[in-house]
Write a protein that binds this ligand. Sequence first.
Ligand code: GLA
Length: 382
Amino acid sequence: MNKQQIQLLFQQVFNNEADLCVQSPGRINIIGEHTDYNNGFVLPAAIDKKVIVGIRKRDDDLIVMYAEAFEEKKEVKIPEMKPLGDWADYILGVVAQLIKKDYVVGGFEILLTGDIPIGAGLSSSAAVECATIFALNELFHFGLEKMEMVQMAQMAEHEYAGVKCGIMDQFASMFGKKDHLIKLDCRSLEYEYIPFQNQDFVLVLFNSNVKHALVDSEYNIRRNQCNEGVEMIRKYHPQINSLRDVETEMVEKYIRPQDELIYRRCQYVVSENIRLLQLCKALNHNNLDKCGKLMHETHLGLSEDYEVSCPELDLLVKIAMEQPGVIGARLVGGGFGGCTINLVRQENLESVIYEVENGYKLSSGKESTTYIVSVEDGTKLI
Ligand code: GLA
């Protein structure tokens, strides 16, 4: 959608012209899943699927929101804001964070559109939060830095949507850079752009088109289990603050004899950080096969030890891994549905898509959706 089309839609919905328009992308993650809230590393990138907002200042204290995907309009007075349990929370949650930090937010009209599939594990909610805070920052001249906006968007998710997410999704959406992955250290918040462009392979996402219930509650449970593991180790090593500081031997020695489940959760996280560093090294040496192998190991860890996969995702990964030309495949994002990410050789692209789509349909009775994605810039004005 170009700016003219957004203005046209804004005109139809609000009878006015938007003051400004912002786009914010969804994200993929090559490796480093469920490591962000454990102070570990992640390796995400922003993609060519995005949320777009148009926004206009009002001279009262009313927030008027329209979501094209739901063809739904909502109005809330700023002093009466509270979580509503739907899409509006990603906008209101951001406003609540700004107010908490004493920024004076006036009324506004906001139009929400875009093409990130919802519930696909590509972080459409983080993209809405980032687009909203970026747009408000421009509209009211708050002078916020990008990292501050990322952290406030993350807290919006915690407090309004009730998901105690890590920082990866909001960070990737805001800081994305065309043809680059971002290696983020979630402890220091230092990051590095890594070139990621190769004529020989393509990034393919297969959407399982399922989203199992309990996604959010299971997510929070995993987070707590990791914290429990840290507590067990802290009894012996009080300087340890997160799984980032933990070595494989500590998990074996202090957690395994006490609690097999917590052990599997923590072992996954500790080994995932190691895999990420190995993958960065392999990328550096252009060793794609090694990258693919590590991605698949991540999937097995997520499925068997962290237990955040589901039969549909396991099936998509299994079929993909059987195809010539698939370098690596795994579930992407929080899990329990959504997409798998696949590194596929260009010359095998057509047959891989054909085989995975058909195989999935035959075995599960469900339709998958395929997206070929490119790596793009983060949140920006349009
Ligand atoms: C969700 C969360 C992220 C991250 C991933 C798993 O997308 O929002 O913070 O924890 O799951 O890696």
